[in-house]
Design a protein. Structure first.
Length: 256
């Protein structure tokens, strides 16, 4: 494999390269020299390694600016194409419903929650009982911290759901929202329902154990942490939870 020898800040550096990449490598080295030259006034005053670090830091700053510009462009394109799809003439209601849901989901991905709420509320006007729309808009309400609205939608959706996995997901969402509202009792109920419907849902059991800790029901929390350790003995969070519950339950010896 060919070797390219270059001198940077008085040091000779050898780089192995593929012949097809030589031109690109030389171009990148040239750009690096220009970037380092911006710190020529520091040569002899600070170490070469610090100069390299400052040059790399400036490069990272430029990369972040580029990433932000790309993200902004992605957001603009997402909204543009979503609105264009909704402007199609003579669109069947079922298709319009799916387009609105898609526009709402896309808006969530680019963190435009107000726009997402608008799209999804329009979708609900077409079909107030559509499960996927209800779940999506409730999630948006949680993101906007409109917790009472989220609770209302999640509850309505739960009442219409027959599938156990769907029910478990909705109970989990309700538990999470009640936890945000500081209502540990309701949160506990919904996490218990999730664990009942899907016994191997470790996240629900973990949330349940944490909720019991907040209610200072240490013994019950400890039992759930023990179950979690049996299910996944490599998760340190479960051991930390068991330690806290044991210690607060008045058994520091077991905790240790």
């Amino acid at each position: 494999m060919p070797i390219l020898k270059i001198e940077i800040l008085g040091s000779m550096i050898e780089i192995n390269y593929q012949e097809a990449e030589k031109e690109k490598l030389e171009r990148l080295i040239s750009k690096l020299r220009v970037r380092i030259s911006e710190f020529n006034h520091n040569i002899g005053q600070i170490s070469d390694s610090k100069i390299f670090f400052l040059a790399a830091l400036k490069a990272e700053d430029h990369l972040e600016e580029i990433e932000n510009l790309l993200a902004k462009k992605d957001k603009e394109n997402t909204i543009k194409y979503a609105d264009a799809s909704l402007a199609l003439p003579d669109t069947d209601e079922d298709i319009l419903l799916q387009l609105l849901v898609n526009a709402g989901d896309c808006s969530v991905r680019v963190d435009e929650l107000d726009m997402a709420s608008n799209y999804l509320e329009r979708a609900l006007l077409i079909d107030p009982d559509d499960i996927s729309v209800l779940k999506s808009i409730a999630t948006v309400y949680v993101g906007r911290n409109e917790l009472d609205k989220a609770l209302d939608i999640f509850t309505r959706t739960l009442e219409q759901t027959e599938d156990n996995q769907e029910k478990a997901d909705l109970h989990f969402n309700l538990g999470t929202v009640y936890l945000k509202k500081g209502n540990a009792g309701e949160a506990q109920y919904h996490f218990e329902e999730t664990a009942y419907l899907v016994p191997d849902d470790t996240e629900a059991i973990f949330r349940l154990a944490r909720t019991l800790e907040e209610s200072e029901r240490w013994r019950s929390a400890l039992n759930y942490y023990k179950d979690l350790i049996d299910m996944d003995p490599n998760n340190p969070d479960y051991y930390r939870g068991a330690y806290r519950a044991s210690f607060n339950d008045g058994d520091p010896i077991s905790a240790n």
